[in-house]
Design a protein around this ligand. Structure first.
Ligand SMILES: *Cc1c(COP(=O)(O)O)cnc(C)c1O
Length: 354
């Protein structure tokens, strides 16, 4: 095709987890929440649907959402930027900070979207292997236009201690460190408390995982207001639709519901760890809503057997693993925490397969 930029022609494109249309499938492959959103979300959407709601443009900056989220998170509303899912925010950040030919750095094994963002931007992409215990290595490139660090990390579910994140933010300054907190709602701590100490720290979050709103496409970034002001110039004027803003506002306000769902998921996660280990899986301790499971025997056939039995997990295969892993190939199964019923099915099918 004539005229397509060479970097686009050269790239493979990001492949999202399978979204099969079969309603019988137990879906444990893209870390969606197995529970419904808060009832307050449905009430708020229904209540918002007047004849004017859809006719008019939404608030460009989502001011109502920002005011509510600011209160809940304990940050100033003008330090919040709304996004059409947090992937939209990662795109905005890449466009704002990375020149063509610039460098993006992220750890590996990790979220594979970052590479696609670099390729679209025409930037170079460099991965730095995690240590064996999924911490940051002592040496980290400092000249990157942008550094992405998911915390908790995917696929491992592990967290880097906040002290180390602060050290990394200082090391890459004045360039930004993007702390991708898609799963922080399931973790013990968040990097929000670091914001006063690291002017170049930018945190991204999503309603897709802990708030059961993956279908709504909404997330937000938190950073110093002077950074947010610049990012506003890069985003689409109306990047979040009116219903997603209403839904996210109701969801973040309903702290009681959020806590009850979170508790259920953490309890199921713990039960999964115990049972999967009994079956011989090496399960990495997780602070997210999924588990990274490896095995002495090849795991790809296990993924395929599960799929044939209508259970979808994510098979992931990286060119290399954490420092010290054998070169060339590192794979495993990333299994989302489902309802207790779904996990009972998973465990009983696995017992038959193994
Ligand atoms: C799911 C996920 C996101 C993106 O979530 P959105 O649905 O776009 O809000 C971002 N980062 C990581 C690491 C994720 O797993």
């Amino acid at each position: 095709m004539n005229g397509i930029r060479p970097n686009i022609l050269a790239m493979a494109g990001y492949t999202p987890g399978e979204q099969l249309n079969d309603p019988e499938i137990i879906k444990l492959n893209t870390n969606e929440n197995p529970y419904p959103p808060s009832p307050k979300v449905f009430e708020a959407i229904q209540g918002s649907l007047t004849s004017n709601t859809l006719r008019k443009y939404p608030q460009p900056l989502g001011d109502t959402f920002r005011a509510t989220a600011g209160k809940v998170l304990g940050v100033s509303p003008d330090s919040i930027l709304i996004g059409n899912g947090s992937d939209d925010l990662l795109t905005i950040l890449t466009r704002a900070f990375v020149p063509e030919g610039g460098l993006i750095v992220s750890p590996t094994p990790s979220y594979i979207l970052y590479r696609s963002l670099a390729e679209i931007q025409g930037a170079r992409f460099l991965t730095v292997p995690f240590t064996q215990d999924w911490n940051l290595p002592p040496e980290w490139p400092q000249q990157a236009s942008l550094t992405f660090l998911p915390n908790p990390n995917s696929p491992s579910g592990t967290v880097v201690p906040l002290e180390d994140i602060l050290r990394l933010a200082n090391a890459v300054a004045p360039h930004p460190l993007i702390l991708d907190e898609a799963y922080a709602d399931f973790a013990e701590r968040s990097g929000i408390e670091l914001l006063p100490h690291a002017p170049n720290l930018i945190i991204t979050r999503t309603f897709s995982k802990a708030y059961s709103l993956a279908g709504m496409r909404i997330g937000y970034a938190i950073a110093r207001p002077e950074i947010i002001r610049e990012l506003v110039k890069v985003k689409d004027s109306y990047n979040c639709d009116v219903l997603s803003l209403v839904a996210a506002t109701a969801a973040i306000e309903d702290i009681g519901y959020f806590e009850s769902i979170r508790k259920k998921i953490l309890a199921t996660r713990q039960r999964m760890v115990v049972e999967l280990r009994k079956m011989g899986f090496a399960v990495t301790p997780s602070q997210a809503n999924f588990l990274w499971c490896r095995n002495e025997r090849p795991v790809k056939p296990i993924y395929e057997e599960l799929k044939a039995r209508k259970i979808l997990v994510r098979y992931m295969n990286y060119p290399g693993g954490p420092i010290g892993s054998p070169e060339g190939h590192y794979d495993g199964l990333r299994i989302s925490v489902g309802t207790d019923g779904e996990i009972d099915r998973l465990l009983s099918e696995l017992r038959l397969i193994l």
